[in-house]
Write a protein that binds this ligand. Structure first.
Ligand SMILES: Nc1ncnc2c1ncn2[C@@H]1O[C@H](COP(=O)(O)OP(=O)(O)OP(=O)(O)O)[C@@H](O)[C@H]1O
Length: 292
C-alpha cells in the first residue's frame, strides 16, 4: 500500500510533534522509521493509521485520506508498544476475536501459528503478560492482520534476543509470502538492517533523510587495524565512534574516502568495512554541540 505524506503537521497544544513533513513510501517494501525519543514517530504513525487528525497537511494511504475513512483504515494495522486494542482483563483469545472482527484480511490460522511460535496461551489474560510477551502478542496481531499497511511501533520492546530473532524471521518469511508495506519503528537499527529496504530518519518532528539502507551504509566506513595506524589514518576525518581491543582499533568514519585515501589505507594494512548504521543514526540526529 502506497503512502503519500505532504506538509504533515501534528500539534498537541503548543507542542509541534510533526513539523511540515513530506515523503512517499512505495507499496510492498519494509521501511525502518528511526528517531530519538520524542522525535515524533508515534505521532506520525498514529496519523498514518487514521487514529488522529493531522493539524495540517495531507496523508494518503493507497491514494485515500485515512482520517474517519473506514474503508482506508480497514487496510491499516498499527501496533503500539502495548496491546492497546485490548482490555487488560481480556484473554488473548478474546483480543484475537476483536482483531479478527476489525480486519477483513485477518488470518486466524496464522495467528495460531504465531501464538505457538511465541509460546503464548489463548487462555492467558493480557494484563498477566510480561512486557516481552505483550510485545510478542502485539506482533501476532500485527502480522496476522495481513494489513496492506502494517506499522509496528517498537514491537521488540522487552523481547529477549531469541524472541526478537523469531520475530524478525517470522516477519521476513511472511513478507515474502504476502508482500505488503511495513513500517517498523526501532532504535535497534543494526539488528533490523537486513530486513529494511529503506530507512526514514526523523528528528524533532522533521524528516532528516529517506534513503535506501544500502546507500545509507555508503555514507561512512569502518577502519580497523593497529591502533597507531588507525589514529594516523583518521586524523582530520569525522570519527563517529572508536573501539579498541588490545593493540587493534576500529573507527567509524563519516563520509566517503577518495582513491588516494583508499590506497593509503591499503598500504597501511588497514581493513575497511561497512559502517555501523547505529553510529550513523546517532550522528545524523545529534544535536549540534552534543558529544557522546
Ligand atoms: N498526547 C500528547 N500531548 C502532548 N504532547 C505530546 C503528546 N503525545 C506526544 N507528545 C509530544 O510530541 C512529541 C513527539 O512525541 P512522540 O510520542 O510522537 O515521539 P516518539 O518518537 O514516538 O517518542 P518515543 O521514541 O519516546 O516513543 C514529544 O515532544 C512528546 O512529548
Amino acid at each position: 500500500m502506497r503512502v503519500d505524506v505532504t506538509g504533515l503537521t501534528v500539534r498537541y497544544g503548543d507542542v509541534t510533534a510533526v513539523d511540515d513533513m513530506s515523503f512517499s513510501l512505495e507499496s510492498d517494501k519494509i521501511y525502518g522509521l528511526l528517531g530519538r525519543n520524542g522525535s515524533g514517530k508515534t505521532s506520525l504513525m498514529s496519523v498514518l493509521a487514521g487514529y488522529r487528525k493531522p493539524s495540517g497537511g495531507t496523508v494518503l494511504v493507497g491514494g485515500e485520506p485515512v482520517f474517519e475513512n473506514r474503508r482506508a483504515t480497514a487496510g491499516i494495522s498499527l501496533v503500539r508498544h502495548v496491546a492497546d486494542a485490548a482490555d487488560k482483563s481480556d484473554k488473548i483469545s478474546e483480543a484475537l476475536t476483536y482483531a479478527a472482527w476489525w480486519r477483513d484480511s485477518w488470518d486466524a490460522r496464522y495467528a495460531d501459528e504465531l501464538l505457538e511460535l511465541f509460546k503464548l496461551s489463548r487462555d492467558e489474560k493480557i494484563g498477566a503478560l510480561s512486557l516481552g510477551q505483550r510485545s510478542a502478542f502485539g506482533v501476532t496481531i500485527g502480522l496476522a492482520s495481513r494489513a496492506p499497511l502494517t506499522m509496528l511501533d517498537e514491537s521488540h520492546l522487552g523481547m529477549d534476543t531469541p524472541t526478537r530473532y523469531k520475530f524478525y524471521d517470522a516477519l521476513l518469511q511472511d513478507f515474502m509470502r504476502n508482500p505488503r508495506t511495513f513500517i517498523l519503528s526501532t532504535h535497534l537499527i543494526e539488528e533490523l538492517a537486513a530486513l529494511l529496504e529503506e530507512v526514514v530518519i526523523i528528528d524533532g518532528g522533521k524528516l532528516v533523510l529517506h534513503e535506501e539502507t544500502d546507500s545509507l551504509r555508503s555514507r561512512g566506513i569502518e577502519v580497523t587495524g593497529v591502533a597507531d595506524d588507525v589514529d594516523g589514518f583518521v586524523a582530520g576525518l569525522t570519527v563517529l565512534s572508536e573501539k579498541t581491543l588490545g593493540r587493534t582499533k576500529s573507527a567509524m568514519v563519516y563520509g566517503s574516502l577518495d582513491d588516494e585515501q583508499l590506497a593509503a589505507a591499503r598500504r597501511a594494512g588497514l581493513e575497511l568495512g561497512p559502517i555501523a548504521l547505529q553510529d550513523l543514526f546517532v550522528h545524523l540526529t545529534e544535536p549540534v554541540g552534543e558529544t557522546r
